[in-house]
Design a binder for this molecule. Structure first.
Ligand SMILES: *Cc1c(COP(=O)(O)O)cnc(C)c1O
Length: 358
């Protein structure tokens, strides 16, 4: 079977091993005579699958018992609203580092007083804005960042110290890509479809002392406290996505876990950025100091040349390399499941294209 190199930003490629395992268990999961899709979410068999996914996530990320791990719905976008609904009493500080960060703060403004303490919006989010400690509100209910900016290809290289103010992070596009000290965060959330598994499930990791603060108008499916009390099952969870996420996490564990995958991710990113830095045709669009190792954004000086490259790449089995419309050019999303060979293949096609053009 011909598998392509899929550089999509999300939903994105999944480990082949996980897909094969799912295929082999499709019609009858462990001799039950039914697919996981057909199992009751209250059944013993399914609860085991659910608990297994959560415990793998805890193990791989080093999440302590001080935190609840919730598997919810509504995507990261749902959490843009859930965060203020669960935490906002008076005001919160936000860093505007990309389109998703901006979307989150626009959503949060519906619920209260939001201060934008730093922004790179005027430069089309090509860098992570500096945070001036004097601007921080020591009484803020929380401080909000987006650790990796999927569209623009930037990331935080160090996590800001917010003191006693709980740090809330949208980690949708770099969760599990590098070791992160969960203890630095009050809340971490992520849509699954970039680096966890298929779309559908949303991971929310919340420090237990932050529970019990939700606005009474919060819909119960978005109320972290109520969901924590009910094992994320106040309603039917995304049963199959959670099962698939478990298979992907098993793969990650077998590969050696986050530390090992991080080394591989650094190798992949370095190969690509080194080539971009020496290329006379292609150039990276993100500020060097803040380059993402998950989403590599680049372009030529000419949109028609970009389009011609995308076409050549597609002919060579390299798919979904076209950049987001807000940036143009190209974007190679090289999440955990992308192999080093996939990146090498991309670079060889870029070199071929460059030789023909320059
Ligand atoms: C993809 C993405 C989102 C949106 O996720 P949905 O699950 O589609 O709501 C939000 N934030 C970041 C950083 C993303 O990469």
């Amino acid at each position: 079977m011909n598998r392509v190199y899929n550089f999509a930003a999300g939903p994105s490629m999944l480990p082949e091993e996980a897909l094969e395992r799912a295929a082999s268990e499709m019609l009858s999961y462990k001799g039950t005579g039914m697919s996981v899709m057909e199992m009751s979410h209250r059944s013993k068999g399914y609860i085991e699958i659910f608990d297994h996914t959560v415990s793998l996530l805890r193990e791989l990320m080093g999440i302590s018992d001080d935190y609840e791990v919730l598997l919810l719905q509504g995507g990261a976008t749902g959490q843009f609203a859930a965060v203020p609904m669960n935490l906002l009493k008076t005001s919160a500080d936000y860093v505007d580092s990309g389109n998703f960060a901006h979307g989150a703060l626009v959503e949060a403004k519906k619920y209260g007083n939001i201060n934008v303490v730093a922004s790179s919006r005027d430069d089309n989010y090509t860098y992570i804005p500096e945070i001036d400690p004097d601007k921080l509100n020591k009484n803020a209910d929380y401080f909000y960042i987006t650790t990796n900016n999927t569209i623009f290809g930037t990331r935080y290289t160090s996590i800001p110290d917010t003191g006693d103010v709980p740090l809330v992070a949208d980690m949708s596009s770099n969760i599990l890509s590098e070791p992160m000290d969960v203890n630095k965060f009050g809340v971490i959330f992520a849509g699954a479809q970039k680096n966890i598994g298929p779309a559908g499930v949303t991971v929310v990791i919340v420090r237990k002392d932050l529970l019990g603060r939700a606005n009474p108008n919060t819909p119960k499916v978005f109320d972290w406290t109520k969901m924590a009390e009910n094992g994320s099952m106040l309603n039917t969870p995304t049963t199959y996505s959670i099962y698939m996420a478990g298979l992907c996490l098993e793969w990650l564990k077998k590969e050696g876990g986050v530390r090992v995958i991080h080394m591989r991710n650094q190798i992949k990113a370095k190969l690509l950025y080194d080539y971009l830095d020496e290329s006379k045709l292609f150039k990276g669009t993100a500020h060097r100091d803040h380059r993402s190792i998950m989403n590599v954004t680049f372009r030529t000086d000419d949109p028609d040349t970009d389009a011609a490259f995308v076409k050549l790449a597609t002919e060579n089995g390299i798919l979904n390399i076209k950049g987001h419309r807000l940036v143009g050019g190209m974007r190679a999303s090289i999440y955990n499941a992308m192999s080093v060979e996939g990146v090498q293949k991309l670079i060889s096609v870029m070199k071929q294209f460059e030789q023909e053009r320059v």
